[in-house]
Design a protein around this ligand. Structure first.
Ligand code: SF4
Length: 201
């Protein structure tokens, strides 16, 4: 309501965007400085939280984030992510996040978020929940069967190639160096040739 009143009374020197985007404009328009309140609000959100460093999962920029979790040191309390912010120590984003990264808390806390594997059988139209153990066993079985069918020890000219071209791997932008190291071991151990990753590794 305040914003609407002030915007209606202002002349065209200041646009709605610049009015909202400029903290200096907010100070002069309302006559008081909102920045301490914003800082205090942040402090309230993160007091007593545990901080975990992570990476935004949305794109290949890989901005670093700090996840604030509340309740993970108290008995009988389910930990909850209460705040996620950019990591100021990161040389990649220096504490900033784009709108997608800034909405990460809603992504983490979304009640529609998948927390277990879903399986759609051949020809079926519906996805059904599957236990992790069952899913991992099934994946291992299918990978082994595919490898047995497709592994080539020698090429057409008799040269040793030890390759597997009927299985491919894709990676994600937030795969860390450590994850990629392990993926590399897994991939080369099986002889997998096709590989794609947003980071173009
Ligand atoms: S915050 Fe935005 S720019 Fe950074 S990784 Fe996430 S989606 Fe990409």
């Amino acid at each position: 309501m305040w914003n609407e009143i002030h915007l209606t009374n202002m002349d065209s020197e200041i646009s709605r965007r610049s009015f909202i985007g400029s903290s200096a404009a907010l100070i002069t328009s309302f006559g008081f400085d909102l920045r301490p309140a914003a800082a205090a609000s942040r402090e309230l959100k993160i007091s007593r939280t545990t901080q975990t460093q992570s990476v935004c999962p949305y794109c290949a920029v890989g901005c670093s984030v700090i996840i604030h979790t509340l309740g993970d040191k108290a008995k009988n309390v389910k930990p909850a992510v209460v705040y996620i912010e950019g990591d100021t120590a990161s040389p990649i984003n220096r504490g900033t996040l784009c709108p997608k990264g800034a909405s990460l808390k809603e992504f983490v806390a979304c009640d529609r978020r998948l927390t277990q594997p879903l399986y759609r059988a051949p020809g079926a139209t519906e996805w059904k929940p599957m236990k992790w153990e069952e899913a991992l066993t099934r994946m291992a079985r299918l990978i082994k069967d595919s490898r047995d069918r497709g592994f080539q020890a020698k090429d057409e000219q008799g040269r040793t190639v030890n390759r597997l071209t009927n299985v491919g791997m894709i990676g994600g932008c937030t795969d860390t160096n450590e994850v990629n190291y392990l993926l590399g071991k897994f991939r080369f151990g099986l002889g997998i040739v096709p590989y794609e990753n947003q980071a173009r590794l």
